[in-house]
Design a protein. Structure first.
Length: 148
């Protein structure tokens, strides 16, 4: 199952966020601006972290913010936010976070498959540091292997 296309409008490079909630909101805004979600999806992603803890911090420096498929998801979407200053999510090993991925999946059936596919990208141990230092949208699209 291929990853959702990474639209230019879904990438924010060198953003500033005061805390993890602000960083997740940036990812949510990028998903909204790419047409994948309604604005309320940001609140759903934050609610999941409030409810379940910082499980979204899947590797050192990397968070994969997402929520369950629901009415706020219009289409499968992927967003990338790189942070100028890393933020703390409260993860015991993988904080602070410099890269926040936002993921919206319309179908419950493909949700886990897509998360697994995205995790495969990070089998390349240099991918997170390359994203952290990426200076352009094109560079981020290239790292994630689906530049359009």
């Amino acid at each position: 199952m291929p990853l959702p296309t990474l639209a230019e409008s879904a990438i924010i490079v060198g953003a500033e966020a005061d805390d993890w909630r602000a960083a997740v909101r940036l990812a949510g805004r990028a998903l909204f601006e790419s047409g994948a979600t309604l604005p309320g999806y940001s609140d759903e992603m934050i609610r999941m972290i409030d409810e379940h803890g910082p499980y979204v911090v899947i590797a050192p420096g990397l968070a994969l913010a997402h929520a369950r498929p629901g009415p706020d998801v219009l289409a499968d979407g992927l967003a990338v936010v790189t942070l100028a200053t890393p933020v703390v999510f409260g993860h015991p090993h993988n904080d602070p976070v410099s890269v926040v991925l936002g993921l919206a999946i319309k179908s419950a059936e493909t949700h886990l498959e897509t998360v697994a596919e995205l995790a495969n990208v990070f089998n390349d141990s240099s991918a997170i540091s390359r994203l952290t230092t990426a200076a352009s949208v094109a560079e981020i699209q290239e790292i994630l292997g689906n530049a359009s």
